[in-house]
Design a protein around this ligand. Structure first.
Ligand SMILES: C[S@@+](CC[C@H](N)C(=O)[O-])C[C@H]1O[C@@H](n2cnc3c(N)ncnc32)[C@H](O)[C@@H]1O
Length: 285
């Protein structure tokens, strides 16, 4: 074992524990692996020692983690579905729960003739770009209200080599001209809009409330504000027989399903995530 690395790790773990960071050793290993360019499980057996500059960088990362900055936001990258996505403070860190939505969309497209997909609230682009990567002939439009988030999505599109397939547009679905600005209808629409009731935001973990953008979290008074607006405009965006795939928060699936049904869509399926929570609502026009 590399004693230099072991001593550095022990010091980092002590600092993290003092700051009450759970999984201190794992986080320290992941951050160190980021610096050494190896896997977290290989850190102790790495034959390199840290240069003074690397050591300084590592302890600056540990200081950030002590302030509850999530590991992925410190490293600037988060694994999601099959890829590593670039992340920064302007985008929601992709969540494993959202992979259920991606898989449902991909399964549907495999079995149907689909030309173009619209992703409402694309953020890092993790949903849309994962889907586009599976089908080289498929096109996609990603919409977000945040220009810096779209810049991250653009970077990810380049990394995944799907920039030719994607168009990114800065628009808000609350704008009156949204439907005209989009200017076309889609076979498949996917969305993971903000859905946290705003009075619950203060109670979220510091990792989330201080490091994910508010626009990605705040779903208005009851969490359903964006769904209400999306339900209203959906008939003008979805082609006849087109499919809508929505991510929802815990306990929202039935209400969100009913909301879209009141605008003429039919509820097809509700899928649970790996934690058993109803996470994905699928509707058809
Ligand atoms: C929950 S995040 C989802 C990000 C990404 N699709 C994912 O699943 O990780 C919601 C996204 O919707 C965007 N957003 C919030 N309100 C919006 C609006 N009115 N119009 C367009 N995008 C909006 C936010 O900027 C954020 O990127």
């Amino acid at each position: 074992m590399n004693t230099n690395i072991e001593t550095i790790l022990d010091t980092a773990v002590m600092r993290l524990r003092k700051a009450q960071i759970p999984n201190a050793r794992l986080d320290a290993r992941i951050l160190l692996a980021g610096i050494l360019g190896c896997e977290a499980c290989e850190v102790l057996f790495c034959d390199k020692s840290l240069t003074p500059a690397q050591s300084q960088r590592f302890f600056s990362m540990i200081d950030q983690r002590c302030n509850h900055k999530p590991v992925d936001k410190i490293l600037g990258t988060k694994g999601f579905y099959k890829y590593d996505f670039q992340v920064d403070g302007h985008v929601l860190s992709p969540r494993p729960d959202t992979e259920v939505l991606v898989e449902a969309v991909i399964d549907y497209i495999r079995m149907h003739d689909v030309d173009k997909v619209l992703d409402l609230g694309t953020g890092s682009g993790c949903i849309l770009l994962s889907v586009l990567s599976e089908f080289s002939g498929l096109k996609g439009v990603g919409v977000d209200v945040s220009q810096p988030a779209l810049a991250v999505a653009q970077k990810n599109a380049e990394i995944l080599q799907v920039s030719e397939q994607v168009e990114l547009k800065r628009l808000s679905w609350f704008s009156e001209s949204f439907i005209e600005d989009i200017g076309e209808m889609f076979d498949v629409i996917v969305s993971n809009p903000p859905y946290i009731p705003n009075k619950e935001i203060d109670e979220l973990d510091e990792e989330v409330k201080n490091y994910d953008p508010l626009a990605a979290l705040d779903g208005g008074e009851d969490g359903l504000e964006s769904y209400r607006r999306l339900a209203m405009i959906m008939p003008s965006l979805l082609k006849e027989n087109g499919m809508l795939f929505l991510e929802v928060g815990k306990g929202q699936a039935t209400e969100v399903g009913c909301l879209f049904c009141s605008y003429g869509l039919k509820l097809i399926q509700i899928i649970k995530d790996l934690g058993g929570i109803e996470r994905c609502v699928i509707l058809k026009k």
